[in-house]
Each structure stands twice: as C-alpha cells, then as structure tokens.
Design a protein around this ligand. Sequence first.
Ligand code: BES
Ligand code: MN
Ligand code: ZN
Length: 484
Amino acid sequence: MVICACEKSFSTPLLKELDQKLGGLVRKAQRNGEFSAKVDEQILFQPAGHLPAERVLLVGLGAAKEVTAEKIRCAAGHAIQMIAEKKFGQMAFALPTCSEEMDYAAQIQAVTEGLLLAGYRYDLFLDEKTKTLRKLPKVVTLTIEAKQDKKQIEAIIEKAQKLCRAVTLTRDLVNAPGNIKSPVFLAEHARAAADDSKLECKVLGQKELEKEGFGALLGVAQGSAREPKLIVLKHHGGRKDDAPVALIGKGVTFDSGGISLKPGEKMDEMKMDMGGGAAVIGTMLAASLLELPVNLVGIIPAVENMPSGTAYRPGDILTSLSGRTIEVLNTDAEGRLILADALTYAKRYQPKLVIDLATLTGACIIALGHQATAVLGNDQDLVQSLLNAGEKSGERLWQLPLWEEYDQQIKSSVADVKNTGGRPAGTITAAAFLKKFANDFRWAHLDIAGTAWRDQDQPYIPKGGTGVGVRLLIEFLHDLAAAE
Ligand code: BES
Ligand code: MN
Ligand code: ZN
C-alpha cells in the first residue's frame, strides 16, 4: 500500500486509522522528524499482520497549499520505483485529501501519469533474465474518496493511459539506436500509429521531394545512404472547414554533424536528434486516441546527417522550397535547413498556427540546462498559451527574445540567409533563421535540445528519451479547443 501524504494528511481518517493499526508508529515518526510528509520524504512500515498489506509506504508531498500535479507525479514515480525493486505483484495507492486548491481529477491524472511514466524502460535489446530483474506490479488499485464519482474517475484514468501510451511511443522512437532508426523506420512507425488510430498518414520519398523542390532538406540528406522522407499525419477532430494547427518535428535520425563532423564524445546521443519528430508522432497519436476536437496536421522531415563523398559541404548554397537561397557555413546546423522546408510546406494546409519542436541547438543546453525547453515565436499570445501549458504539464518552457537585431547575425553576402550566426545567442539565431520561413502564420518554436534526452534518471523519467512535448502539446491543444 502506498499513501501519498501532505503535511495536513495526518489528520485524515485514513492516516489516523493507519496510525492506530500500527500502534502509533505514524505519529511517532512525525514527532521525531523521521517522516513529516515533506517533499521527497518516504517511510516504509511492515505492518506484520496488523493490516492486510505487506508493506505500507508513505510518500511526502509537502505543504498542502503547495501541492502541484508535478509533485504528485514525482511522488508516484518514487513509489513505483521502490515497489518495482521489491518485486511486489500488486499495490494499492491512496491519495488522502491533500490540497483544496487542486482539483481532484487533476490529482488522479497526475498519479496515473507518474505511475505509468516512471515504470517505463527501453528493454527491446535485453534478454528475458535481465528484463525480469526489475518487476512492475501487475495490478495497481487506486483508492478514491467515497464521495467521488467512480465512473468519472475511471474516465480520467483511461485518458491518462492513452496519453502515456503516446509518450511511451515517443520515448521508444527516441531510444531506438541509429542502426535501426532511419527515415524509413520513422515513416513506418508513423504509419503504424495511424493504423492503430484514426490518423491519416502520407509519406513523400526522394523522388517526390525532388519534384516539389525541397532543396534544403535534400541538401542535408545527400550525404546519407538512407532515403529521406517527409511524413505527414492528419487528425480530423474539429469542424470540416476549421483551419488546422500544424505541428512540425525535426526528424534527424542521426546527426553526425556531416562534413562539419562532431567530436566523438557523446556522439552516440545524437540518435535522439529526431526527438521533435517523435514528439509530433506521439502527439498526433494521443490527439486521435483522445478524440481531441481540433484539426491537426503533423509534419516530420526525416533525414540522416552523414559525412561522405556525396555529402553537402560548408560553403554550399541550397535553394529551399520557398525559393530562398541558403549559404551553408556549417553542415552541423542541419536541423534548421530541414525545418525551413517543412515550414514552407505547412503553408499548403493554411494552418491557423504552427508549432515546431526540434533538438536544435547545443546553446539551448548552455542557456537553460535540462530544466526547460526554450520557446520563441512571432506571436506573444501563442507563446503565452504554450508557457501556461508548460506549467500545467510539468514540461516547463522559458521564453527567449526574438528581436530583429539578431537577424544581423545570419545575413549572407552570397545568399538570402546563412545557416549559422556564430556562437553568441545560438538558440536565438537558429530561431531567427526559422522565422524567415514562418512569416505567413502565427508560429512558435520549441528548442528541446536539453529536455528530449536525460542522462540521469528523474522521478518519473528514466534516463534516455523523455518523450517531452507530447503532454505539453496535448495540454495546449486541450486549452485551445476549450477556448474556441
Ligand atoms: N542536433 C544538434 C543540437 C544538439 C546538440 C541537440 C546537443 C542535442 C544535444 C544540432 O543539429 C547542432 O548540431 N547544432 C549546432 C549548431 C551550430 C553548428 C550553429 C550546435 O548547437 O552546435
Ligand atoms: Mn547538427
Ligand atoms: Zn541536429
């Protein structure tokens, strides 16, 4: 039995009864400071026959007024981690009245997310024995307040399960190694997601991309033996004539840097350079499973960035789909090139707004570390809505400026624009580059370089691909649909 408790929960009937059954151990722990329900505090009891449960784990949530969905997700994550280590086959989970401010439904959603997301592991390439070293409980029972409507709670849990299924897909795609992960692989998984839902899927290959004139995307792809793809997913949830929201995700299945080769250290992590594309596939799947009442189009330019005899070179000038020319000063600034063509392509769908997600710049990690995704855009209302969705989902964003003055840094003397702006404000100049291809619509850019991948376990995010973006965008789209 796991009980998430805030500092006020000691006076609830549940904890009082527990204390009584355990002969006052709960109160004692509170008095001697062993467990006073602070954030991250835990205490494990062995009721030894006094209760049907074999163990009782109390997890602290801190002050009642300061309980947030994020704290509940983390507490649930900590709990399942411990249960998995001890290999219990089943567990019950209780959330005594914690915060008057927080809506009960939001608490239930947060618990479900924390449990499901913390239990994730990428174990596709591990043998059965290693896999079973850590066993998740097969059954989790959630105990709820008697006054709550059970049917309604079940519906919330079901929704959270669908959302987590999409986050899991995103993580699986990001964690897949570069040898099996190609643009074709991404396209196949997008198609499989469409088959499992009501999404529509269309994929453009090399020939079609050439015919359309995706010069920037093809420039990046030309060094790889693997064929590039442009993946398009559609969700029809809104009115027929409603303009769609376009979601664009960078899908570089491996970023070696190309001729401007990256240093060897940590280059393995560059299999995660399709984190934006994976988030778009996940979000589209979630939107379809949850039947979100909005129209969406997801666009994923998918390429591999490799050095070879056919690779594009520093100094090359590419003609993009928009007709604008781009001077390539560094072949490692490839993400913005494929996104430029995807942004131009998005115009065909006459979107009401466009959001792109990309593991775009190392500079973003220098600026914000792994705690926040950078957001920049040409419409402050859109940016603000995304910031709000970030707070609610726990996938936090921080805005960087996109002042005109930064355009100076990407001026070229031989083409319309160049693909790097030097070291200062690297995240901003990358966005300034994208802005040139996004002037026909409301647009926001999310740089997830620091948040798409973690090299250390977090309470409900195991190391590796995080699945960042899916819960954020679903929150955002949910709010958007409600406002309309
Ligand atoms: N995919 C990288 C950015 C990145 C770095 C993502 C580290 C996640 C972790 C991107 O394509 C890149 O190489 N950007 C360059 C741009 C530079 C050449 C202007 C960078 O950030 O160094
Ligand atoms: Mn790169
Ligand atoms: Zn990249």
